[in-house]
Design a protein around this ligand. Structure first.
Ligand code: FO1
Length: 325
């Protein structure tokens, strides 16, 4: 148990976030915190497709925080039309990755701006402002980092594994090409080193596919580890299952039990605290980490805000005394 120095006047919060699951908590935090929130987003899923630069997790966060997201599908825009895809197929274009007509505007604009020499951080910042988002949304790095999934059928780039193969092949290992050489942007450094930082929140994204790539940026991980602010994660496991997506399947294939204890073990050395679902209350005694039992399923915006409030109150509770080990 380490005693922290008192930290008055802390109000800024950083959230580490992947796509769909994480973006739900990011939305709750954004509704509570407004411009006091910075979301650092995974870009390991990014890829070039049909000549366009696609950043799926950034786009999910942009669309979710601006109210444009398709809530059912989890990715892309609501009220989408698919004329471009319908025209692309018969011409022999690749149709395994669906780009909606409205969504295309974002990819075309980003690609044009990146090719003109702007950084992803600048481009995303501009788009977020234009979409009326008060929070700051930052890519984890402006350098390319690519999640590669080593499977029983060979190594697959992330989107080929996730979308084209629908997570079918068994995962043997996951690597983040380019991460060791990647620089942390000035904006990410400023957010994590801010003297008024109240908390770092690890969203309930897939730890292996969505949060690990963020933490694979060496300087970024060091700043989280060294932060004076409490680091609080929300477990993506509810009742021994992942809410959505392939988290449970991947954990099984990597020989990791689908438990909140395994999530705490995975983040060991990084976390002060873990919020676990009420159905997993039996796991509340975890070594080296404080736990809070709360409902973590987010079905409505009220759920998202409530969980955000719980996480922030918990972070404030442990701000005076910490238990990172
Ligand atoms: N996910 C799918 O399952 N199928 C798609 O065709 C698809 C297209 C797509 C287009 C733009 C975008 O920003 C995201 C898209 N996603 C699609 C979601 C995305 O690839 C994954 O959910 C994330 O990479 C995992 O976090």
């Amino acid at each position: 148990m380490t005693v922290r120095a008192p930290r008055p006047d802390t109000h800024r919060v950083v959230a580490l976030c992947g796509g769909v699951g994480g973006a739900k908590l990011a939305l709750g935090l954004a509704r509570v915190l407004g411009e006091d929130l910075t979301v650092i987003v995974n870009t390991g899923d990014d890829f070039e497709h049909l000549g366009l630069m696609i950043s799926p997790d950034i786009d999910t966060v942009l669309y979710t925080l601006s109210g444009l997201a398709d809530k059912e599908r989890g990715w892309g825009r609501a009220d989408e039309s698919w004329e471009f895809m319908r025209a692309l197929g018969p011409l022999g274009g690749e149709t395994w990755f669906q780009l909606g007509d409205r969504d295309l505007a974002l990819h075309v604009l980003r690609t044009q701006q990146l090719r003109s020499g702007r950084s992803l951080t600048d481009v995303v910042g501009d788009i977020a402002r234009r979409l009326g988002i008060a929070a700051t949304i930052l890519p984890m790095s402006d350098d390319p980092i690519r999640t590669m999934v080593e499977t029983d059928e060979g190594t697959l780039p992330f989107q080929r594994y996730f979308v084209e193969r629908r997570c079918g092949p068994a995962v043997r290992a996951i690597r983040f090409d380019g991460a060791l050489e990647a620089a942390m942007s000035a904006a990410v450094r400023a957010a994590l080193a801010a003297p008024d930082l109240r908390a770092i929140v690890v969203c309930p994204s897939n730890p292996f596919l969505s949060v690990d790539p963020i933490l694979a940026v060496p300087d970024l991980r060091r700043l989280v580890e060294a932060s004076q602010a409490p680091v609080v994660a929300v477990s993506p496991i509810i009742g021994g299952k992942a809410v959505k997506g392939p988290t449970a399947k991947i954990m099984a294939e990597l020989d990791v039990p689908t438990t909140s204890r395994a999530i705490a073990d995975h983040y060991r050395g990084l976390l002060d605290a873990l919020v676990i679902d009420e159905t997993d209350a039996a796991e509340r005694d975890l070594p080296g980490v404080s736990t809070k039992v709360a409902p973590t399923l987010m079905q409505s915006d009220a759920d998202r805000e409530r969980l955000a409030g719980t996480v922030l109150a918990f972070a404030d509770e442990i701000a005076a005394i910490g238990s990172r080990s």
